[in-house]
Ligand binder design. Structure first.
Ligand SMILES: [Zn+2]
Length: 244
């Protein structure tokens, strides 16, 4: 496996594929071998190119097409075989890169069959966050409101700012749902992602991530997530503040 050249190609393709910025720390963590597997949801037209990146760099991968249903800001469901797609459903590609072929296959299978208990572990997500995932799913589009509600009072460590992804910024630990804005394991992953970007010489990206993740965020009860633009929370919103 050639992980450094994998990173270069993945970042090039990332820019072209219009993927969320929060995939970047996950790509860097995987390329630094600090994350056992990497899952990306891409346009179906881009799927063959992503597979080619895996093949070229000898990184085990598995890929499939999924039907996704957007539910609200930062939240969408993947339909399982047999479900009837609603009119707003869209076809997307899913590619999983992993340290070994069997993990890549298991993750893809878990995503399309809905048996995803094992999937989070194989992707390297913390146990505490996986245990809390049922509550996140139940909250659906109001996951962020819910997350602030049970995280205690801020400011929260910027390494664990998952909310940044909600307004299009870079969430240091990537796009999984943490158990809390204070989750120590998520903070650690965010810190490793920052170090990985710098390790690969991507200092400007690392600094941009720091800037994004240390910015306060306003979250509304209808699910909207905004980067704070005034000194106090917008009407109807709760504010999460982060360390700098
Ligand atoms: Zn956690």
């Amino acid at each position: 496996m050639r992980f450094e050249s994998f990173l270069a190609d993945a970042l090039r393709l990332h820019t072209r594929s219009d993927l969320p910025l929060s995939c970047i720390p996950e790509i860097a963590l995987f390329a630094r071998r600090l994350k056992p597997a990497l899952r990306l949801v891409v346009a179906t037209t881009e799927l063959p190119t992503w597979c080619e990146v895996g093949r070229m760099h000898n990184v085990p991968f598995a890929a499939t097409t999924v039907i996704s249903v957007p539910r609200g800001p930062g939240w969408s469901d993947i339909l399982l075989a047999g479900d009837i797609p609603p009119s707003n459903a869209i076809a997307l590609g899913m590619v999983v890169f992993a340290n070994d072929q069997s993990s890549a296959d298991t993750i893809i299978h878990g995503e399309v069959s809905g048996s995803s208990e094992n999937t989070g572990m194989l992707l390297g997500y913390p146990k505490c966050c996986l245990s809390a995932f049922a509550a996140t799913t139940e909250a659906g589009i109001t996951w962020a409101w819910n997350l602030i509600g049970h995280s205690g009072s801020g400011p929260f460590p910027w390494w664990a700012n998952r909310l940044a992804a909600g307004w299009g910024g870079i969430a240091p630990a990537g796009e999984y749902y943490p158990c809390s804005l204070r989750c120590a394991e998520t903070s650690q992953i965010g810190r490793k992602a920052f170090d990985s970007l710098r390790f690969f010489g991507l200092n400007r990206l690392a600094n941009q991530m720091h800037l994004h993740a240390s910015s306060a965020v306003d979250v509304f009860s209808d699910g909207r997530i905004q980067k704070a633009s005034a000194s106090i929370a917008m009407q109807g919103a709760i504010r999460a503040e982060f360390t700098s």
